[in-house]
Design a binder for this molecule. Sequence first.
Ligand code: SAM
Ligand code: SF4
Ligand code: SF4
Length: 372
Amino acid sequence: MRLGPVPPGDPAVVDPAVVDPAVVDPAAVDPAPVDTRGRAMRDLRISVTDRCNFRCVYCMPKDVYGRDHTFLPRSQVLSFEEITRVARIAVARGIQKIRLTGGEPLLRKDLPVLVEQLSALTTPLGQPVDIALTTNGALLAQQAARLRAAGLHRVTVSLDSLDDATFMAMNDVGFPVAKVLRGIEAAREVGLEPVKVNMVVRRGHNDQDIVPMARHFAGTGVVLRFIEYMDVGTTNGWRREHVVPSAEVVARIDAVMPLEAVPPQYPGETSSRWRYRDGGGEIGVISSVTQAFCHACTRARISTDGTLYTCLFATGGHDLRGLIRGGASDEELADAMAAIWRGRTDRYSEARGAAEPLAAPGHRIEMSYIGG
Ligand code: SAM
Ligand code: SF4
Ligand code: SF4
């Protein structure tokens, strides 16, 4: 088979436009379905559990996720075999990156077994699939080596402050900063690098920690990313005044540690990158509220119970588990996923930014369920 040149920055994709149509069918080269806004299905976030050992006030507030909260029964949770099957089918239809999330993914028993199964997947062009994980880091020190050995490529650790009092007030279970830092170190030691650290900035809660966090991770090789606090779900009482715009985050750091912009590595990169002028590495800012990136959003999400969502702010999903357990063939599953993606119109954050009417309040899915 003769293929055209590979575009820079995205080695796993051959641009159908540069493939000679007389030689090869472009759809066979890039099988990704494209939605109504021209976005291909490329990334898959899989939530492996709806449970968590933290109760972050902006994600799983205790008054909603208290002792009497009912989590999914085991029978409704996708098994590793079911997850791997869906992932394999999705990879055959264009998915290039898989991120395991939750809830807290490290609470899922034997997670390295799933990582091993997923890391064996290859794209139609024979490229390995990028396997990443987002975790609160609480159990990372114990599990980093096994995850790495199982084939995990990258890890993102969420950490909202270096100050115990602030961090404990945000995770709401009294979990200390030092244990998360130990998890980050363990990840680095086993080679899960570059480790990324996500800090959700909430004005009046942890915005005083922006510069201390930047100072702490500068020069370490860890990439710190500041995330604008979002109105995901309906339980966190989100208010726009709580959002610290990324431009303000950059200005606050730049005032004490001068920064310069780094050009995006690939079109549609969700994080804008900045580097320290003194060579101390880089940071990222994810402006989900002030500079929505829906136009480049290529993410599909599968919740713990096997529902496919095409947006973090979705009010409804599509039942893949019913299809899987109802005996659908691989082809039927692939066609169902592709049809759902082709019908996708989502642009919630852009509509929010443009002050257009949003999804009816009371119906959006919670982050810990859909997978952050
Ligand atoms: N438990 C893991 C963790 O905390 O990393 C994975 C799941 S968590 C839902 C994924 C990411 O979503 C975390 O980085 C978390 O800080 C972020 N997140 C949760 N609620 C958010 C919100 N309302 N706005 C912005 N980010 C949020
Ligand atoms: Fe748990 Fe992560 Fe949500 Fe915090 S952000 S409550 S760690 S799922
Ligand atoms: Fe993607 Fe939905 Fe977020 Fe827009 S709002 S970037 S479509 S997940």
